[in-house]
Design a protein around this ligand. Structure first.
Ligand SMILES: Nc1ncnc2c1ncn2[C@@H]1O[C@H](COP(=O)(O)OP(=O)(O)OP(=O)(O)O)[C@@H](O)[C@H]1O
Ligand SMILES: [Mg+2]
Length: 208
């Protein structure tokens, strides 16, 4: 069996466009972000996050933050990290993005639980940031798990979760609002949000 370091070495990412060129047969690609690919290590409950060549420095930062968050059930356990990778629990379930995409309902209990999860991080001296739909997972047992904590030590205020909650209360909970939204539409909404083009009652004034 390969070590985590050896597994990480099998993942080849092009430096130009961050294209995934190759990876070991024992890895299953489960997600792509703006800075990394996430794989499940087959026949295990572990995931390995491999950072793009320009983002390898984030591995150390995110690993340190995960260490600060250990033994909190809302966050994956971290097992190892290296120059460009982190090994952690593989979280079974659906991201909020996938829930909305597949029409799986998001309840006020889920929202309250996410608030509770974020509070546990604040209580450990962190500043939860970059809280968006793809970084929150609802497990088959209806538990909440937060991943992608790399920006939890930033000092700048992040209003993303606050804004998402506004959209949840002002739109999602309304009877007329579709509970299943196709990817294209979700991506357009995310784009409008980034460009500060959502109606003001749906977004805070300090979006960054
Ligand atoms: N431990 C995990 N268990 C299950 N799925 C995961 C795990 N880690 C990451 N993923 C999946 O991979 C995706 C990308 O991972 P992650 O969010 O950590 O990457 P990123 O590049 O830091 O993302 P972002 O674009 O939000 O900065 C996630 O949205 C999720 O779908
Ligand atoms: Mg992410």
């Amino acid at each position: 069996m390969k070590t985590y370091q050896e597994l990480a070495n099998t993942v080849i990412i092009s430096t130009k466009k961050n294209r995934l060129l190759n990876y070991d047969d024992s890895l299953e690609l489960v997600g792509t972000g703006r800075s990394a690919f996430a794989f499940r290590i087959k026949f295990s409950n572990k995931a390995i996050k491999i950072f793009f060549p320009d983002f390898t420095h984030v591995a150390k930062e995110e690993a340190e933050i995960y260490h600060t968050l250990q033994n909190i059930s809302y966050f994956p356990t971290i097992y190892e990290s290296g120059q460009n990778y982190i090994v952690m629990d593989f979280i079974e379930g659906r991201t909020l993005y996938e829930c909305i995409n597949h029409g799986v309902s998001i309840t006020t209990d889920h929202i309250n639980e996410i608030d509770a999860a974020l509070l546990t991080a604040s209580n450990r001296g962190l500043n939860p940031s970059d809280i968006h739909l793809r970084n929150i997972i609802i497990t088959p047992n209806q538990e909440i798990k937060l991943i992608d904590v790399a920006r939890f030590r930033q000092t700048k205020d992040c209003t993303q979760w606050h804004d998402l909650k506004l959209v949840y209360h002002q739109l999602y909970l309304k009877r007329f609002f579709p509970k299943k939204i196709p990817t294209t539409m979700l991506n357009i909404m995310a784009f409008l949000y980034k460009k500060h083009l959502l109606p003001s009652y749906l977004s805070s004034s300090k979006m960054g």
